[in-house]
Write a protein that binds this ligand. Sequence first.
Ligand SMILES: Nc1nc2c(c(=O)[nH]1)N[C@H]1C(S)=C(S)[C@@H](COP(=O)(O)OP(=O)(O)OC[C@H]3O[C@@H](n4cnc5c(=O)[nH]c(N)nc54)[C@H](O)[C@@H]3O)O[C@H]1N2
Ligand SMILES: Nc1nc2c(c(=O)[nH]1)N[C@H]1C(S)=C(S)[C@@H](COP(=O)(O)OP(=O)(O)OC[C@H]3O[C@@H](n4cnc5c(=O)[nH]c(N)nc54)[C@H](O)[C@@H]3O)O[C@H]1N2
Ligand code: SF4
Ligand SMILES: [Mo]
Length: 744
Amino acid sequence: MSQISHSSKQTHYRTCPICEATCGLAIDVVDNEVSRIRGDDQDVFSKGFVCPKGTNLGALHQDTDRLRTPLIKQGESFTEASWEEAFEAVDRGLQRVIDTHGRQALAAYLGNPNAHNFESSLYTRPLLKSLGTRNIFSASTVDQMPRHVSSGLLYGSPTTIPVPDLDRTAYLLMLGANPFESNGSLCTAPDFPGRMRRIQQRGGRIVVVDPRRTRTAEAADEHLPIRPGTDVFFLLSLARVLTRAGAPQLDELEAHLQDLELLVQALEPFEPQNVAPHTGLDASTIERIALELSQAESGAVYGRIGVNTVEFGTLSSWAADVVTLLAGHFDRPGGLLFSLPAHARPDPEKPGGRGFRTGRFHSRVKNRPEVMGELPVATLSDELETPGEGQIRGLLTVAGNPVLSTPNGGRLDPALAKLDFMVSVDIYLNETTRHADVILPPPSALERGHYDIGLYGFAVHQVANYSPPIFDADGPSESEILARLALIASGQGPHADPAQIDRLLLQGMAEAAVANPSSSLYGQDPESVVAADSGRSGAEHLLDLMLRGGAYGDRLSLDYLEENPHGIDLGAMTPRIPQCLKTPSGRIELMPKIIASEIERAQAAIEASPSKDLVLIGRRHVRSNNSWLHNIEKLVKGRPRCTLLVHPEDAERAGLSDGQTARIRSRVGSVEAPVEVTESIREGVVSLPHGWGHSHQGIRMAVAKRHAGVNSNLLTDEALYDPPSGNAVLNGIPVAIEPAGPRA
Ligand SMILES: Nc1nc2c(c(=O)[nH]1)N[C@H]1C(S)=C(S)[C@@H](COP(=O)(O)OP(=O)(O)OC[C@H]3O[C@@H](n4cnc5c(=O)[nH]c(N)nc54)[C@H](O)[C@@H]3O)O[C@H]1N2
Ligand SMILES: Nc1nc2c(c(=O)[nH]1)N[C@H]1C(S)=C(S)[C@@H](COP(=O)(O)OP(=O)(O)OC[C@H]3O[C@@H](n4cnc5c(=O)[nH]c(N)nc54)[C@H](O)[C@@H]3O)O[C@H]1N2
Ligand code: SF4
Ligand SMILES: [Mo]
């Protein structure tokens, strides 16, 4: 199947594409088969660190259930098809929907692996554009959209996200993140656990805020078991303590802040004693943490899934930055800093820009505002089910499994079955893609090149690394598949030449680079910039252009990265305020209207009485990755992991004992799972991991079926969301638990 010949053992160095840690792997290949994968000791960033997912990339590549050939649905089952037949079928299906119902009847859903694939990062954009629909959805609205909105408002660009300077910080306050399992998120840091250990070895301090005593919390100096969904009150209260005596002295940063006084005023209601009953944390603890943070030599507040996928996701993200700023640690070594990736444009000399807006259009049924050109996936079922003009009839999914990963999967699943046409670009026939009429499988991760366009911007140390493919692919590359879909969607038919899209993208990028005074390609002829490199795929050519015109321009190119298989070290993060700001004022805009009204909403919430509901949270495990690594035997074997964690007091109240099966009910659904009684979870909170529930008819994942588990998103409620971002609430879902007896 692979044409590159590997008869004797060869070692290939490449970056792992699975999670955000970007670990360097050393991959031994013998006779065209992966024989062994280790961490690459010489990788400039990960220095040998690796996790079990990375060492099992070979098993993923060799998984016989991984699709190699396009599938076309005939009746209830799928038959293998040639690529030409498959593209022709897509063309017929999409055109039928467009001709009958118009383009607004089309929708797309992009999943998480797109962020780990530079080809998709570059080629989904023209594809979405050529679909010509507003019904664009993605995994971002079950994940980090609140972070984008808070960054957009504060700094003028949704992708300008500060990261904790782990390697130099003296104080890390971490909320709702569990890097011992996840390996870090929006904070690219291979060997996060080692970096935490070194903070402590330097004499620094780590405080973890999490309703569960995770391995990360165990390793910290202090664990604060907060009540789910209430971090926003805790953070606002820290900010209040830091501003009780008025605005703090912020030295040179002060000139770059807008509305500091307004902020100080707005924080007044959030005295520790007012938020304590909601958070379950003592007022004195809140006072102390604020003091510790402000007195630390350097410090950073970092929040992730547990503070993003909640009712106040946007305000929590905003507050994490604001607390760091008020404590005097913003845009400073050891604090929160903005990473500058090699492929990004260099900062201009002067700050400022058009700023960030949401709500340029709204969803048809629930009137939810657009954010970053997309609509909240929590409202996808509404758009599928509700008749009328603009009802979704045709869907494209790329690397997504929304049936398992988005709220109320029990509603979405049957709605997908009613579509007129669906096409999926995916490597598996799974819970979502089983609804497709055509499945187009891209090559495996080892058959494509890799560079982390999506993640280096959030790296705690600046690096660049490109890995060429190890094996040749039989079928078209993922970028070619996406380009051909773009041409089909724009009406050019199934046989149009995908190189057109390459040229279009290259031309656009070259023109932007030569027009940018801070780019090293400034002033050059766009034609010659494009022609300067040849013999590479369109996607590689684009990446090369980004690197050459990027922030470290004259030093970098794709050739240069290929000559350095362990990566290039571009140094520690440096202060970038104000140059990186794209707000209209050219300053950090602390109190935009959306934030002011969210603060009012938070104030109303603390004035109400604290909730006493039993609530559900999720969790991750180092051997899983969302829903799609459960077909690798080595990663799923052992004790079942899809269990419900219950505190002993809650177990007793519900009449549940360890090992017994519980029924868990929410407003939208119910599931059954084995109980693990444990003191590691806060009383009043239960935890079930997401990404399981591989028991659907017709999926082609033999191993996953044997370790099916249940889908926790049969419980999460699509009616709960963070208003500014539309992001779904996936943590803090009210539930009831009981022994799973015979059903009434
Ligand atoms: N309850 C609850 N739900 C959650 C979360 C939670 O914490 N709790 N987390 C949320 C988060 S953070 C995320 S990011 C989402 C993820 O949501 P999704 O992205 O929708 O789900 P994944 O499970 O990541 O599915 C990835 C899909 O991509 C396919 N795939 C893998 N590699 C490739 C590739 O190279 N190319 C292509 N084309 N396809 C590929 C897989 O087969 C799978 O179908 O889930 C969210 N859902
Ligand atoms: N092994 C593995 N690694 C992964 C993934 C995976 O599925 N498996 N998924 C990848 C993806 S897509 C992402 S987005 C990242 C996510 O990376 P993380 O955010 O680090 O991942 P989680 O393990 O979900 O950590 C969230 C933590 O928040 C806690 N929590 C829940 N509710 C609350 C709350 O209200 N307040 C507070 N303070 N804490 C709360 C949970 O107990 C949990 O420990 O991980 C990535 N890495
Ligand atoms: S931590 Fe993430 S990047 Fe590193 S080996 Fe594991 S899955 Fe791959
Ligand atoms: Mo995610």
